[in-house]
Design a protein around this ligand. Structure first.
Ligand SMILES: Cc1cc2nc3c(=O)[nH]c(=O)nc-3n(C[C@H](O)[C@H](O)[C@H](O)COP(=O)(O)OP(=O)(O)OC[C@H]3O[C@@H](n4cnc5c(N)ncnc54)[C@H](O)[C@@H]3O)c2cc1C
Ligand SMILES: NC(=O)c1ccc[n+]([C@@H]2O[C@H](COP(=O)([O-])OP(=O)(O)OC[C@H]3O[C@@H](n4cnc5c(N)ncnc54)[C@H](O)[C@@H]3O)[C@@H](O)[C@H]2O)c1
Length: 524
């Protein structure tokens, strides 16, 4: 039997047809499946072994809430309730207890969410293996280092176990960290039933109602599958299935060349798969059509297809209709402080949404940073997260990383606001550490304002690019200008000298500030 897929473009040609990202029946089908999974969760509220930090005494605990769903409760069970224990919820919870808030987190599936169980963590375990395989298989690279290695091989189950074991370990670390700090982990599906009021439990069976002064929605996302594609989990799969590495297909078509498409291309090619073109007589037929004209372009026959066409927010069943909130393509509308906006454009008091569910930036650390920002606000310090300072990385070999604007975005901004931009570039080819590793392929690019030294964007492609980006992202976050950071000293020989050289090569017309790190302490 053949499964047939239709989609607009092959993996190597990215489209930006986000019209697909609607709350389509496919999204609902996914949500329905997840809801079933939630339905079989443990129901009891865990409080054993908790060590409570001192709370600020901001709220009194009541038993179950009373009053209509539409009426805010007069006292609260918690200062803060977070719906969803992914990395976003976890980051918010830890910061909340540190700030003295009495905090609960509701989780309908397993602690850790996408990142820990079906995302960053297992995928990086697979990529660690693919990196080594790639290196060991490169005769040229090995010879250049003077090494001799007999044919490299791998045990598929061993690789799969590495990814699975890492996810389990990190999941248990996350759970333990919350328990140790006194976060109540409430198990079950959470639904907002009114202002400052949430019910949770096994769907259709148990309803425990809890109240909180503030609520954070952190319900994350699920794979988005375009209309017309039937995922069977065997030959037509999403990242949820691929991460289990139950098989390594000879020929696989990857639909979508975003983060997931690129990272899985790295994994599969290192483990021996051919990504495209396909051979005849294979179980999956992929029809390629032009995204605009819908004209048929080509047909591929492959062993498997990985659908990596983005993620859809998971906001189904959250009860947003009970508080007059309408999602936009499934995403919860928020302002720059992650405050939820209702159908009339007003802010919903005491309600926030962070992470993938708001769609601002679908990255683990962005979710967590948004959560921390919300906690800062609810504990009295205004805070707006600068998303332009949040770094992003794709963990291919070599890695790609970035922060801030791309060059076209910077040019557009410059034209609108009336300033000049300049671009500086450096290569890994002249970096001693990179050459010692025989990894001289790579470059770094800086987009900046020559008039005042502001860093607008940094992009790196090369060995350990994902680690290197933080010098630039911290500079953006702290507002450090090039004329100041260029005096910071970097150890030799290190890859960080690539960035040192990048900042030094920029031509800035502004003087360094008086607190420049080059200044000697002045004797009294
Ligand atoms: C294959 C893959 C690799 C990735 N790699 C990276 C990476 O390397 N780096 C990176 O930064 N990002 C990566 N991401 C993205 C990252 O995983 C997400 O951005 C991140 O997980 C979002 O966190 P979150 O807390 O918003 O949501 P999630 O992690 O999705 O967590 C949401 C949680 O809420 C629970 N939930 C949902 N609804 C309810 C409800 N009503 N009641 C109770 N609980 C509920 C869910 O069960 C889940 O546990 C990757 C994603 C994928 C798919
Ligand atoms: N290293 C990381 O930080 C990392 C790794 C994996 C995932 N993620 C996160 O997970 C999210 C999902 O990743 P993703 O790669 O699925 O999404 P993505 O948005 O990064 O890429 C999806 C790609 O699929 C293409 N596409 C959409 N519909 C298509 C169709 N019908 N035919 C052909 N191509 C089509 C899009 O044009 C796009 O290039 C991302 O937003 C990312 O933030 C991050």
């Amino acid at each position: 039997m053949h499964s047939t897929l239709s989609f607009s473009q092959a993996t190597t040609v990215p489209t930006t047809n986000y019209a697909f990202h609607s709350q389509s029946p496919i999204n609902l089908r996914f949500c329905g499946l997840r809801r079933e999974a939630f339905g079989i969760s443990i129901l009891t509220r865990s409080s054993s072994g908790r060590v409570r930090l001192s709370t600020r005494g901001r709220s009194k605990r009541t038993s179950a809430s009373t009053g209509n769903n539409g009426t805010p409760p007069k006292s609260f069970d918690y200062d803060l309730i977070i719906i969803g224990a992914g990395v976003g919820g976890h980051g918010a919870a830890l910061h909340a207890v540190e700030k003295g808030l009495k905090t609960a987190i509701i989780e309908g599936d397993v602690v850790g969410g996408t990142c820990v169980n079906r995302g960053c963590v297992p995928s990086k375990a697979l990529l660690a293996v693919s990196g080594r395989m790639r290196e060991l298989q490169s005769e040229h690279h090995m010879k250049a280092l003077g090494l001799q290695v007999s044919a490299a091989g791998y045990d598929r189950q061993g690789v799969a176990d590495h990814a699975n074991n890492l996810a389990s370990k990190i999941r248990s670390n996350l759970t333990n960290s919350m328990k140790a700090l006194g976060v109540d982990i409430l198990t079950g599906f959470g639904t907002i039933v009114g202002p400052q009021k949430v019910k949770y439990g096994k769907v259709g069976f148990t309803d425990n109602v809890v109240t909180a002064k503030d609520i954070i929605i952190a319900t994350g996302s699920v794979p988005f599958v375009p209309k017309g594609i039937e995922v069977d989990g065997k030959t037509v799969i999403t990242s949820d299935h691929a991460l289990k590495l139950e098989f390594v297909p000879d020929w696989i078509a990857i639909v979508g060349s975003g983060y997931i498409g690129l990272e899985f291309s790295d994994v599969y090619t290192a483990l021996g798969s051919e990504i495209t073109p396909a051979r005849d007589g294979k179980p999956v037929i992929v029809e390629l059509t032009d995204a605009k004209t819908k004209e048929h372009k080509d047909t591929l026959e492959v062993d498997a297809a990985l659908i990596a066409t983005g993620r859809a927010p998971f906001t189904y069943g959250l009860g947003l209709e009970n508080i007059n909130v309408v999602t936009q393509r499934g995403f919860v509308p928020v302002d720059e402080r992650m405050r939820v906006i209702d159908a009339n454009g007003n802010l919903v008091p005491h309600l926030y949404c962070i992470g993938d569910a708001n769609g601002k930036m679908m990255l683990a650390h962005a979710a967590s940073a948004q959560g921390i920002s919300v906690v800062e606000q609810v504990t009295g310090r205004d805070h707006v997260l600068n998303h332009l300072s949040v770094p992003a990385a794709c963990f291919t070999h070599p890695e790609i990383s970035m922060v801030g604007l791309t060059e076209p975005q910077a040019r557009e901004k410059a034209e609108k606001e009336g300033f000049e931009i300049s671009v500086a570039k450096t290569s890994f080819k002249a970096n001693t550490k990179a050459l010692a590793e025989n990894e001289g392929e790579g470059l770094a690019k800086l987009i900046y304002r020559p008039d005042n030294g502001e860093i607008l964007g940094v992009h790196i492609f090369g060995l350990h690019a994902a680690d290197l980006i933080h010098e630039a992202s911290n500079a953006v976050a702290l507002g450090t200008r090039i004329q100041d950071i260029r005096f910071a000293v970097h150890a030799h020989p290190t890859l960080s000298e690539v960035l040192d050289e990048l900042f030094k090569s920029a031509k800035v017309n502004a003087p360094e500030s008086t607190s420049s790190p080059i200044s000697e302490p002045v004797a009294a």
